[in-house]
Design a protein around this ligand. Structure first.
Ligand code: FAD
Length: 468
């Protein structure tokens, strides 16, 4: 591959310097404070160069040069992915989107926000809130994840149940293709059936088909109330009953329904965190619910009444309701601070599987029991977006060998094909899950995906080694 030829690289770097200026083409020593993941800032970045474009035009010119030189590139967003998709080998050029970081417009009448791809999720949420609107996407990495990375992974998070995945929130996209062509469809309209919906190709394709530079996102009216409760439940069938009970009882206002297994709840609230557990450690399952509505006091009362009824009907064993905004922050901090669990693992391995909701208790119970019997597994934390059928695991291990990684992958993924599950509910395939894609996609589907990739990026220079 051209990317390995030193003379050609030197020529490409000269051209990139001419294009961006030397302060936005980092090489050699200047790469020393750069990294490939927010959890591995101490590991040096392996790359030929680190580019900092400021506009779509510059991204396009970079790709024209890289295409001409057959130079592999990796796109960097907020570096919070959990599937190794931004890991590099050293021969790649990195295109970081951090300087494309402007919110260009918020249009309250069209209910849209137009952003460059390097804008961080938390900033979009704050900007929408300032206009009494809501950008509903929410998850633990909101302070670092960029909208370009979020769209490229079709992220889900804590409110998919009510508002859908990222895909449902994107109205328009501007994308640079592998050869530098700019595809721009920055429309603010909700309905557009004029032939193929091309933007969908780039949503969830992990930067393998194009580089997202801008997006038009859909906003909704800000809810006037937010309420939450932590709920203790005695067994999994009651969790499923509770979901149905709350969803029908709250008549469209249920926006979050997260499940935490007892062992994970203890870990999320361990004394080192300084976070008090809202409920005692007596229950096998804890459910955290959120409702969004129109009247704070009335809606809290409705949630409280519903929980009382659920107790009378023996669905719920115990519950703590949030009485203030700070209580809500306290409850959600417990669920969102996944780093607490990671920090309890000497070597960690992450999963985000999808499976039919009624089967979750039994399947996850079996995986946890089998994991306990594995000599090199020290921890296994389960929690997740149960209303979406999406459960996360974090395994803590004595070491990080390829054999142990595959052994644990086989344990978790082995059960999914037969029950129609998925190896990735929301994090994507990246570089870590490639060998397991066939468990949830047919040979014909994978062949079609590969032919799309070959057509749109024939030189395979965009995020090579990711997905396939
Ligand atoms: C604590 C924590 C909690 C998390 N919780 C959730 C959760 O609840 N739900 C969820 O879905 N995910 C979650 N994640 C995973 C992660 O936050 C998401 O995958 C997020 O969408 C990645 O965004 P990023 O900007 O960090 O992308 P990166 O990690 O930088 O990149 C991800 C992929 O997108 C590509 N990419 C980045 N920017 C662009 C661009 N502009 N154009 C084209 N390709 C691009 C990269 O090359 C890579 O393949 C969590 C992660 C952490 C650390």
């Amino acid at each position: 591959m051209y990317g390995n030829d030193e003379t050609m690289i030197a020529e490409l770097l000269l051209q990139l310097n001419d294009l961006l200026g030397s302060d936005r083409v980092l090489t050699g020593e200047d790469l020393s404070d750069r990294y490939a993941h927010i959890w591995r800032m101490d590991e040096p970045l392996l790359a030929k160069a680190y580019l900092l474009p400021k506009s779509t035009k510059e991204v396009s010119e970079i790709m024209k040069l890289c295409h001409q030189h057959q130079q592999p590139v990796i796109v960097f967003g907020g570096l919070t992915n959990l599937v190794g998709s931004t890991e590099s080998q050293g021969h790649e050029v990195i295109i970081s989107m951090e300087k494309l970081n402007e919110i260009e417009e918020i249009d309250v009448m069209s209910r849209t926000i137009t952003v460059q791809s390097g804008v961080i999720l938390e900033q979009i949420q704050a900007q929408a809130k300032a206009q009494e609107m809501l950008f509903p996407l929410n998850f633990g990495a909101k302070g670092s994840a960029q909208i370009g990375g979020i769209i490229s992974t079709n992220a889900g998070g804590l409110r998919v149940f009510k508002f859908g995945m990222t895909r449902q929130m994107v109205l328009g996209l501007e994308v640079v293709l592998a050869d530098g062509t700019i595809i721009s469809s920055m429309k603010k309209i909700i309905k557009d059936n004029s032939a193929y919906d091309l933007k969908q190709l780039f949503i969830g394709s992990e930067g393998t088909l194009g580089i997202i530079t801008k997006a038009v996102l859909k906003l909704v009216e800000a809810p006037r109330s937010r309420n939450s409760a932590f709920i203790g439940v005695d067994d999994y069938p009651r969790v499923v009953k509770l979901l149905k009970f709350m969803d029908s009882g709250l008549a469209g206002n249920l926006s979050g329904f997260e499940l935490i297994w007892n062992h994970s709840y203890r870990a999320f609230t361990n004394p080192d965190t300084g976070v008090k557990p809202p409920l005692p450690y007596d229950y096998p399952y804890y459910v955290l619910v959120e409702s969004l509505g129109s009247d704070q006091d009335k809606d809290r009362l409705a949630l409280s009444d519903l929980l009382e009824q659920a107790m009378e009907q023996d669905i719920v064993a115990d519950a703590a309701i949030a009485h203030s905004e700070s209580d809500i922050q306290w409850f959600w901090r417990i669920r969102e601070d996944v780093h607490v669990l990671k920090s309890l693992c000497r070597h960690d391995q992450h999963f985000d599987i999808s499976l039919p909701i009624p089967l979750i208790g039994e399947v996850i119970g079996t995986i946890l029991a089998e994991a306990k019997r594995m000599e090199d597994v020290e921890e296994c934390f389960a929690f997740g977006h149960v209303a979406d059928g999406n459960i996360h695991f974090i395994f803590g291990k004595t070491h990080q060998s390829p054999q142990l990684i595959s052994q644990i992958n086989d344990l978790v993924y082995g059960k999914l094909k037969a029950i129609g599950g998925s190896v990735s509910a929301e994090h994507g395939i990246g570089k870590h899950k490639k060998p397991y894609l066939h468990l949830c996609r047919s040979a014909a589907e994978i062949a079609l995906m590969k032919s799309l990739k070959a057509n749109m990026d024939p030189l395979a220079i965009l995020n090579p080694g990711t997905i396939f």
